[in-house]
Design a protein around this ligand. Structure first.
Ligand code: G6P
Length: 610
């Protein structure tokens, strides 16, 4: 979703802004723009519909706009169509106040009407123009940027990361956030701001994450922070452990392929984060064994793939730790009558830590007095900061919109939580717990062996690229993986695809199976394999084309056109292996179709609106 950047310092701003926006492209966008103030403080705005390349060309890679202070934006349309007029930055009538904004101003219509009554006119359909003109109104009233921004914050409902330049304050940027991420960095006389760390990594690894309703003032190589009463506040400096190379393609054609191949490392690091010398140590999470043992049930919330990782987590925790778990879509959870109990633990899963619905679900759980555990990839993100306990997945920066390595890391978090819960509750023998932990250490190698077979997946993708529909079926954990495989396919190949609990297919969806429909079966769960095979055969009788992902030693009927074998592992961990061929399949199908793999249409990496 929208990305913002800001720079003020000793260098020309426009090329730095464009570079920062390039690093945020993965978030998804449909137009882009920058604003730069020149030596006299005059602010020049350039915008373009479509890809950043169009904007880059328009301003000659930034050379056409001179000035050392600026802000930039990639817009993912919410209010108004994606065109140049609606693109950010937005400005007041004489372009003396210019702003970029992420998020949604919920009461923008009401504010717009009030401003119109005071003589303001509007050129765009956006809530951001309203935000900018509201700041203008208060600036004209009070003559002071901090006061104008704090008055803005008091009037506005919704979420925002807002960066503003005032031509009266040459070389200075003012910014505020509420429920939308913003990170600020300084380095040798330069100041940067962005909605996400990858935009800053090249310049600094020491960053400030401002809290909700804190104002940042960037000038003269320094960042100062204020509350809404304009009193100075301290914001801790955080070190980012990711390096700039981790956010580069590293010779791969797409980030997605690179990230798929990073999974052995990610799994190793995430296991190694808490598993030391045969012990799973949750002290890093500040979660004691006593507190863990006290939870009587668990609710897992997340969106998209994080929700799918939650479904796997549910099966694994219920089976190993013998504790009731329910998994909920965060967008549904936040608006339901929940009837939560005080002794429940709410686990919020999120790669970005900024997904609006997951944040809202977490807050709802906290408001009801429940303890919350975040499984999050981005250090310092909103969910990480607000949860009681945090499990950091070790995926590193994930750039491709369709998640792969972060999902894999979330699975590992689920296994470690499940084993730990099983241990503190005495639900598994120490021998079995030991065997499970030993098996976790073998997963990276097993994933590597699956990746080594990618050419065969590529071939199958090429031969099936004309398919219009696909089904993914399985039972138990195999069903959970089917959901993720199906989502990957829709996201990047634009093929209609559905995941079904294998036993449910004949209650409706089988009517859609016709000559040549592609049906994937996932077959790893002991006791359920024969049943799913029967369901596959039912589709074969209707002339479906069958492909399966299965443990290598499983006997399969001859009718399967393609078999993706994965090494055997403990069945609780099967998702970590069976998902790999499905990720590769979607990837290669998307490549075969010539799609924009890393930035699929209409999707955003981080969904910061509900
Ligand atoms: C978007 C992404 C998905 C992701 C979901 C949840 O839809 O495209 O890949 O699974 O958001 O994101 P989160 O950052 O909360 O894991």
């Amino acid at each position: 979703m929208c990305g913002i950047v800001g720079y003020t310092g000793r260098k020309q701003a426009a090329p730095i802004l464009l570079e920062g926006l390039t690093k945020l492209e993965y978030r998804g966008y449909d137009s882009a723009g920058v604003a730069v103030s020149d030596v006299l403080g005059k602010i020049v705005i350039a915008k373009a519909q479509g890809k950043l390349e169009v904007l880059k060309e328009k301003i000659d890679g930034g050379k056409a706009i001179q000035g050392k202070c600026g802000i930039g934006h990639t817009r993912w349309a919410t209010h108004g169509v994606p065109n140049e007029t609606n693109a950010h930055p937005h400005c007041n009538d004489d372009s003396t106040i210019v702003a970029v904004h992420n998020g949604i101003i919920e009461n923008y219509a009401e504010l717009k009407a009030k401003l119109q009554r005071r003589g303001y006119q509007f050129y765009s359909e956006t809530d951001t123009e309203v935000a900018t003109k509201l700041v203008d109104y208060y600036y004209k009233k009070y003559g002071e940027p901090l006061k104008a921004i704090s008055e803005f914050a008091l009037r506005v409902r919704g979420s925002y990361a807002l960066a503003v330049m005032f031509s009266d304050y040459k070389g200075e940027i003012f910014a505020i956030r509420k429920d939308s991420p913003m990170v600020i960095g300084t380095s040798g006389g330069d100041c940067f701001l962005a909605s996400d760390v990858p935009a800053l990594l090249k310049y600094t690894k020491h960053v400030y994450y401002i809290e909700n309703l804190q104002i940042a003032h960037l000038f003269d190589g320094q960042a100062q922070f204020f509350n809404l009463d304009r009193e100075p506040v301290g914001v801790p400096l955080t070190e980012v452990t990711w390096d700039a190379e981790a956010a580069e393609k590293d010779g791969y054609e797409h980030y997605m392929l690179k990230e798929i191949h990073e999974q052995p490392r990610v799994v190793r690091d995430t296991v190694g984060y808490l598993l030391h010398d045969g012990n799973i140590d949750f002290s890093e999470l500040m979660l004691t064994d006593e507190a863990l043992a006290g939870f009587k049930s668990i609710v897992v919330v997340g969106c998209g793939s994080a929700y799918h990782a939650g479904v796997v987590m549910q099966y694994v925790i219920e089976d190993l730790a013998r504790i009731p778990v329910r998994v909920e879509l965060a967008s549904e959870f936040r608006y339901r009558t929940l009837n939560l109990r005080g002794d429940e633990l709410v686990i919020a899963i999120s790669q970005s830590g900024e997904t609006a619905d997951t944040i809202a679900a977490l807050r709802e759980a906290k408001a009801q007095g429940l303890k919350t555990l975040a499984v999050v990839n981005v250090v310092g993100s909103t969910i990480a900061r607000e949860a009681d306990y945090v499990f950091y997945t070790k995926a590193g920066p994930e750039i491709s919109v369709a998640t792969t390595k972060a999902y894999s890391a979330q699975l590992i978090a689920g296994y470690l939580i499940a084993i730990k819960l099983a241990e503190v509750r005495g639900a598994v023998s120490s021998e079995y717990a030991k065997a499970l932990k030993a098996e976790l250490l073998l997963l990276p190698e097993k994933i590597e062996s699956i990746l080594a077979e990618q050419a065969s997946v590529q071939q199958f993708a090429f031969h099936t690229m004309d398919k219009k529909d696909a089904f993914f079926i399985g039972r138990g954990i195999d069903y959970a993986v089917s959901m993720e495989g199906s989502l990957k396919l829709k996201e990047i190949s634009y093929i209609h695809s559905e995941a079904y609990a294998a036993g449910e297919l004949k209650h409706g969806a089988i009517s859609l199976v016709e000559n040549g429909t592609l049906v994937f079966g996932v077959l790893t769960q002991e006791g359920l394999i024969a049943k799913t095979v029967s369901n596959l055969l039912e589709t074969k009788s209707r002339n479906a084309r069958l492909a399966v992902v299965a443990f290598e030693d499983i006997e399969l009927p001859q009718v399967c056109e393609k078999v993706f074998s994965v090494p055997r592992t403990d069945s609780h961990f099967a998702a970590s292996l069976s998902v790999i061929p499905l990720q590769l399949y979607s990837y290669y199908l998307s490549v075969s179709k010539g799609n924009n793999v890393d930035k699929p249409r209409n999707l955003a990496k981080s969904v910061t609106v509900e």
